[in-house]
Design a binder for this molecule. Sequence first.
Ligand code: NAP
Length: 246
Amino acid sequence: MAEHFPVLAVTGAASGIGAATARLAATANYRVAMLDLTAPANDALLRRNNTVFAECDVTSRESLRSALALIEETWGQGPDAVVHCAGIYQTSATEELDLELFARVQHINTTGTFLTAGVLGRSMLERGAGSLVLLSSIAFALGDEAEPGAAYAASKGAVVSMGRQLAAEWGPRGVRTNVVAPGVIDTPMTTIVDNAQAYGDLLATHPMRRLGTAEEVARVCLFLAGPGASFVNGAVIPVDGGQCIV
Ligand code: NAP
């Protein structure tokens, strides 16, 4: 009989941490549903027979439901685990009162997390088992003089609060929820590399004198998603090379 590997749904899977998580999971033989606004161009990952791409906007309930339907159609079941990486980083000085930017960041990062958890989490709850991994940021806890990121920090604080609440609500129903809080990771999202002064200051004071890689975060996401973390629920795990301790 053919062996069945777990089904993992990854949002934001076309880039950065999501792409690294999808790649790592696919090579570990998970069946991987890659959800994002647009498919990555010419990605060899999508030519494997254990991956599928679903065009999905995490701010839309309908879009998430279509992605779930595609997963069920492809593999005859919903996801065993979900790693929710989709998000945006945009900054503006709070005193500029850019309400549009503030609302956009909350919409994608906070509402997107709420909807992803609601639609894909519900599918796991119905089967009485699953694991949800949410992406916050050290910005939820650590202020940053270099960039005016109050909107982003607020959205990532919301992700932590949501994750801990869901861990309490859904733990008794078989679904674990954990939060990963990356430090500064080398992905297309990271803007500090464009500011030589701020980048130099960061490297000079960072305990590991470097940025993290997407794969270093992906490894932790995949650990939390899988059976190795069977008694880990409601945790907020920094993957920041110790940046938060200085
Ligand atoms: P990334 O490389 O920009 O990847 C994010 C992906 O999410 C992109 O493919 C993006 O598509 C997609 N996305 C944006 N809005 C979406 C939506 N409404 N629906 C579906 N997909 C959407 O970013 P990353 O660095 O991998 O970040 C992944 C997560 O880690 C984010 O939640 C981020 O806040 C968090 N994080 C990152 C860092 C870091 O230093 N990189 C640090 C702390 C936390 P488009 O490119 O088309 O917008």
